[in-house]
Design a protein around this ligand. Structure first.
Ligand code: B12
Length: 243
């Protein structure tokens, strides 16, 4: 395919994800595959940039949760369409993550959003559900030795000690330091993450997925600085502090 046509295709694909139009995503991908485009380049140059754009809009409070979900649905459709075209040994998954809401806590909406965002940036996600004990988290880590990231969600202040227990338990079984632990949800903060020895905290699902990707590709410091800066700006915006 000529370069100019390719570029236009990638842009249209990205837009179909950004606007949350799975039928357009499917149509464009089928035509592209028929013309010999590889699944991997379509994901990397079309689908992911589209999802990133919505993620950035969400962070800037220019996109809301329904828009994020529509985009994630188009992204997922794209991945489903491309799956059969992947070459043997070729994998669009960038890594595996385990996620759950801590014991005693039944809140799942935020966790589910984290799952969607992780899947949309290429993670294979093992979702343990809600009310997950430290033992269950530990068993999942042992059952999935290829999982490099563990996400712990907690919405209740009463379940904060359970987050600490999970971190402690995972550290005790993961002596080699294979697993990065990320925490999030309304009850926890960056300071709490530091206090309990988690590797990261993020305020929302988009940042979480971006940071998890960075853990895989080794540029977490740069992404963490960007996210922390943005979080502080958002806090100031919300409090009306323009300094
Ligand atoms: C919906 C809801 C419920 C539903 C949950 C339904 C479900 N299936 O999830 C129900 C009705 C069951 C419920 C029950 C209770 N709830 Co409730 N609930 C809420 C509510 C209104 C919304 C939560 C939500 O879904 N938010 C939307 C999602 C998208 O946001 P989020 O969860 O924060 O997730 C985002 C980030 O935090 C982050 N994130 C989330 N998880 C993770 C994980 C990682 C690793 C990372 C990096 C990021 C991340 O990404 C997400 C997306 O950007 C909140 C109020 C609020 N405004 O948050 C109260 C709230 C959380 N509930 C509260 C309470 C007290 C309770 C009950 C104890 C009430 C009662 N007396 O029975 C029970 C507890 C039940 C239990 N054992 O869990 C309090 C908690 C107060 C506190 N500080 O402890 C809140 C804050 C309400 C309040 N203002 O008092 N609740």
């Amino acid at each position: 395919m000529p370069d100019q046509k390719k570029q236009k295709l990638y842009e249209e694909l990205a837009l179909s994800v950004e606007l949350g139009r799975p039928k357009d995503t499917e149509r464009l991908l089928e035509a592209a595959v028929a013309e010999g485009e590889t699944a991997k380049s379509l994901v990397q140059k079309g689908l992911i940039p589209g999802m990133r754009k919505v993620g950035a809009d969400f962070q800037d409070e220019e996109a809301d949760i329904p828009r994020l979900l529509c985009a994630a649905r188009a992204m997922q459709k794209g991945i489903d369409v491309l799956q059969p075209y992947l070459e043997e040994g070729e994998d669009i998954h960038i890594g595996k993550a385990i996620i759950g809401t801590v014991e005693g806590d039944l809140h799942e909406v935020g966790k589910n959003l984290v799952v969607i965002m992780f899947r949309s940036v290429g993670f294979d996600v093992i979702d343990l559900g809600v009310d997950v004990s430290d033992r269950q988290f530990a068993k999942a880590v042992q059952d999935h030795p290829d999982a490099g990231i563990l996400c712990v969600s907690s919405l209740l202040t009463t379940t904060m000690p359970a987050v600490r227990d999970v971190v402690r338990k995972i550290r005790s079984i993961d002596r080699a330091g294979r697993v990065r632990i990320m925490i999030g949800g309304g009850s926890v903060t960056e300071a709490f993450a530091k206090e309990v020895g988690a590797d990261a905290y993020t305020e929302n699902a988009v940042d979480a997925a971006e940071l998890a990707r960075a853990f895989v590709f080794g540029n977490e410091e740069e992404v963490m600085n960007r996210i922390t800066g943005k979080t502080m700006m958002n806090k100031k915006k919300r409090s009306g502090d323009t300094e």
